[in-house]
Design a protein around this ligand. Structure first.
Ligand SMILES: C[S@@+](CC[C@H](N)C(=O)[O-])C[C@H]1O[C@@H](n2cnc3c(N)ncnc32)[C@H](O)[C@@H]1O
Length: 223
């Protein structure tokens, strides 16, 4: 195939038809069963919005993140590394500290990081940023996907510990993990209020359905 262009507003991320791709750091190697396609510069790896909230955020038209300007990032809740693997490929100049507390998920994350040298997995609880802030920060981008009741506090505490002034935060809020007793819009409004109180200038909120039900991405800039 001919060389596809990176999406203008998302450098490092390619659109082929309606699908997203990143440049595979380990040509020939898949994480799961994602499609690989060759191009004159190597190989692109398909990024599935049904399996990655960041891909869903992009497909749903969320405000682009300045990935090409970031030198350090902090990713909370790395899981098995699906999204982290694509983020590492989209921002090869950045170092991405990835915090994960589950030893089983962490083992998978280590495999993903073995061939992506800009990923730094950290086995830790994101509720204790003082344990890893010196290794991670200061960072230009904070990304969180932890599905915990106190998601906003974890996000704000990590920003206070590691996010540089003017840095960007993207919180993948799982509304049903906060409470079952309020509606989604009330939970999002309350989360936005907490983040504003903790020093964020709120940008857009993006509903990630149908890709990730009950999830809203909150984009904010740290003052
Ligand atoms: C939805 S999964 C993450 C999926 C991953 N972000 C992706 O898109 O590929 C949430 C992860 O957060 C982790 N997690 C939950 N609470 C955490 C905490 N307090 N500190 C660190 N990791 C946490 C869980 O172990 C789980 O692996």
């Amino acid at each position: 195939m001919s060389r596809p262009d990176a999406a203008a507003e998302w450098p490092g991320i390619y659109r082929v038809g309606s699908s997203l791709y990143t440049r595979n750091a380990a040509p020939g190697v898949k994480l799961r069963d994602e499609a690989l396609i060759s191009d004159p510069d190597g190989e692109l790896r398909k990024w599935d919005p049904w399996r990655s909230k960041l891909a869903a955020y992009i497909v749903r038209g969320g405000t682009p993140l300045p990935l090409d300007q970031c030198r350090r990032m902090l990713y909370l809740g790395g899981g098995h590394g699906t999204t982290a693997s694509h983020l590492a490929e989209a921002a090869p100049e950045a170092t991405i500290a990835v915090v994960e507390k589950s030893p089983m998920a962490f083992a998978a994350l280590l495999d993903v990081a073995r061939v992506r040298k800009n990923l730094w997995p950290i086995l830790a609880d994101a509720q204790l940023p003082e344990r890893y802030a010196a290794d991670a920060g200061p960072v230009d981008l904070l990304y969180q996907d932890v599905a915990q009741r106190n998601q906003s506090a974890i996000f704000a505490d990590n920003a206070a510990a590691s996010l540089a002034p003017g840095g960007v935060g993207l919180l993948m809020l799982k509304v049903r993990s906060v409470t079952q007793r309020q509606g989604s819009s009330a939970i999002v409004a309350e989360t936005r209020r907490i983040l504003a109180d903790r020093g964020f200038a709120l940008q857009d909120s993006v509903d990630l359905s149908p890709f990730a039900r009950d999830h809203v991405a909150i984009h904010a800039v740290y003052r």
